[in-house]
Design a protein around this ligand. Structure first.
Ligand SMILES: Cc1cc2nc3c(=O)[nH]c(=O)nc-3n(C[C@H](O)[C@H](O)[C@H](O)COP(=O)(O)OP(=O)(O)OC[C@H]3O[C@@H](n4cnc5c(N)ncnc54)[C@H](O)[C@@H]3O)c2cc1C
Length: 517
């Protein structure tokens, strides 16, 4: 069932068109296919999960950090509850590793503590603040929060600062691999009849008599009565195309650091964050976060930028992260850093999700302003959008032939010897390890290239297999992966890209200038 991508012409019409194949668009598309196969997903990049979804901290927040009563707070709490059920059948991992919120001597603003006698400050920090955090969480609908004593903090997380006074443990916090989840959602949608078109940019929306008529793209036009705008950072531009805008998205960069799992896998067992009373803060503050694969992350920052493509990261930003979390985790193994990455949040001026049917363009549905906690909220966003889509005419009864299972390709590194031997017997390419750090085999790379949503460049293979994600960051395996891609795609290796059109990995053949003379 390999998606034919470039080679397939766009259909002339579709029941619903989803713009954007990030976690929001793919969650909605997969949910849609429970009711109708007549769904088209359009993505301007060369792979799914290639926008903000590929560069976040992978946390399924509980909602504790969100302002009470906002849409993102409500959808976050609901999304977190739905997660186990949401990933069922998709073949992706999800784990509730919990969050430890640490209250330290600097958790209250200095201007408050300066005015109060020390015993009063201690009482506030030790007794009042933890209970307030628990009560505030319960008001938001989060179960499973409990106050933790100073001693218990050190038993749970021995590396936490001795300046810790008390804490709150939130057992509902989870971790998921965001791109693997999104690839799985897209593949599940495709299995159930949706058609996905990559490298397909929506450039206009035709609206006639106040109703959506068609979507115009760089590859042609699709007639449709319903458009779901899940275009992330560009959702304001896409909404304007239909005259259904009125909000602006201002990109906010978040940089994070990634550490070698061989050295930091057991540094913390849950996510660890320092509590700071920050009023209406624009981020949850971040912290140290273990990933499902065992790498530790530190960050993220929050920097307003003008450019919706600015995912740069400077030495100063890296230093800023180290300095910020040094107080919380003073013995942090700085030298184990293997990578730094940044992503762009997509907030509106109101700092809340904008989800709803337009009253100016009937059939146009905005799913915009999906900044953090968009990943955690994805199941609830899809649920809410489905309610809107049913009202717009999408059938309400589940299809008899909806298949909830998306077969996940085997991950060689996670199998026992018996299963590995069996795989090598079936396909000897399982016997050749391509990526030594992450133990990825040639067969896994080949599978990724021929997947239901196929990988056609180096980053796409990486997201599916973890090739190049280890200690050497692709230094050893990069060339081999490019060769496999070239053979499987039937193109010269010089045409292989890192991340789609224009990002060529090779400048040309070695000594090619000699041939020219
Ligand atoms: C640093 C950082 C850390 C974060 N950490 C977390 C976290 O731990 N937990 C959490 O819940 N959330 C987190 N988030 C937020 C989360 O990543 C986002 O909310 C989520 O990924 C948004 O997904 P999306 O599908 O709405 O947008 P995107 O992933 O950006 O997808 C939108 C897609 O639309 C495509 N597109 C745009 N315009 C067009 C067009 N005209 N035609 C066709 N396609 C188009 C884009 O190419 C893109 O692929 C974090 C974000 C950042 C930046």
């Amino acid at each position: 069932m390999m998606q034919q991508l470039e080679r397939t012409a766009l259909p002339r019409s579709a029941g619903v068109v989803v713009v954007g194949a990030g976690v929001s668009g793919c969650s909605i598309a997969r949910e849609l296919t429970r009711y109708t196969p007549d769904v088209v997903i359009l993505e301007k990049e060369s792979d799914v999960a290639d926008g903000t979804t590929k560069a976040n901290n992978a946390e399924v927040h509980s909602g504790i950090g969100e302002e009470y009563g906002t849409l993102k707070q409500k959808l976050n709490v609901r999304g977190n509850r739905l997660y186990d059920q949401f990933v069922e059948g998709l073949g992706v991992d999800f784990q509730r590793q919990g969050l430890l919120i640490v209250i330290t001597r600097r958790s209250l603003p200095e201007k408050t503590t300066a005015r109060l006698p020390r015993p009063v400050v201690n009482f506030l920090l030790k007794k009042v603040l933890p209970r307030l955090i628990v009560l505030s969480g319960r008001r938001k609908g989060i179960d499973g929060l409990r106050v933790v004593s100073r001693d218990e903090i050190f038993r749970m997380e021995p590396h936490v600062t001795r300046n810790a006074v008390a804490g709150v443990y939130d057992r509902t916090y989870g971790m998921v691999a965001p791109y693997k989840l999104t690839i799985a959602l897209a593949e599940s949608a495709v299995i159930n009849g949706a058609r996905l078109f990559l490298n397909t940019e929506v450039t206009d929306i035709k609206v006639e008599g106040g109703r959506v008529k068609a979507v115009v793209t760089n590859r042609g036009e699709i007639e449709t009565p319903i458009v779901v705008n899940a275009a992330g950072l560009f959702a304001d531009d896409v909404a304007d195309m239909a005259g259904a805008g009125g909000f602006r998205i201002h990109p906010r960069k978040g940089a994070s650091l990634l550490f070698d799992r061989q050295e930091t896998a057991e540094y913390v067992t849950s996510s660890v964050s320092e509590f700071k009373m920050r009023g209406h803060a624009k981020t949850k503050g971040g912290g140290a976060m273990p990933t499902l694969e065992g790498n530790l992350q530190l960050g993220p920052t929050a920097i307003e930028v003008d450019d919706k493509n600015d995912t740069s990261i400077s030495a100063e930003e890296i230093e800023e992260i180290f300095e910020r979390f040094y107080y919380l985790l003073p013995d942090f193994p700085r030298a184990s850093i293997i990578s730094a990455f940044s992503g762009l949040r997509a907030p509106t001026e109101e700092e809340d999700f904008v989800i709803g049917a337009s009253d100016r363009a009937h059939g146009f549905v905005n799913v915009a302003g999906i900044q953090s906690p968009g990943l955690a909220s994805a199941p609830a966003i899809a649920e809410m959008v489905m309610g809107i889509l049913h009202d717009l005419g999408v059938p309400r009864s589940v299809r008899d032939d909806f298949d909830p299972v998306r077969p996940a390709p085997p991950r060689f590194a996670e199998l026992d010897d018996e299963k590995r031997d069996r795989l090598i017997e079936q396909d000897p390419r399982y016997g050749t390890v391509v990526c030594r750090c992450e133990y990825v085999t040639e067969a896994e790379v080949v599978n990724a290239v021929h997947g239901i949503v196929p990988a056609t460049n180096m980053d796409a293979v990486k997201r599916r297999t973890r090739v190049g994600m280890g200690r050497c960051q692709g230094g050893f395996c990069g060339c081999r992966v490019a060769q496999i891609l070239a053979v499987e795609l039937g193109i010269p290796v010089t045409e292989i890209t890192k991340d789609g059109e224009g990002g060529w990995v090779f400048a040309g053949e070695t000594k090619s200038f000699l041939k020219e003379t």
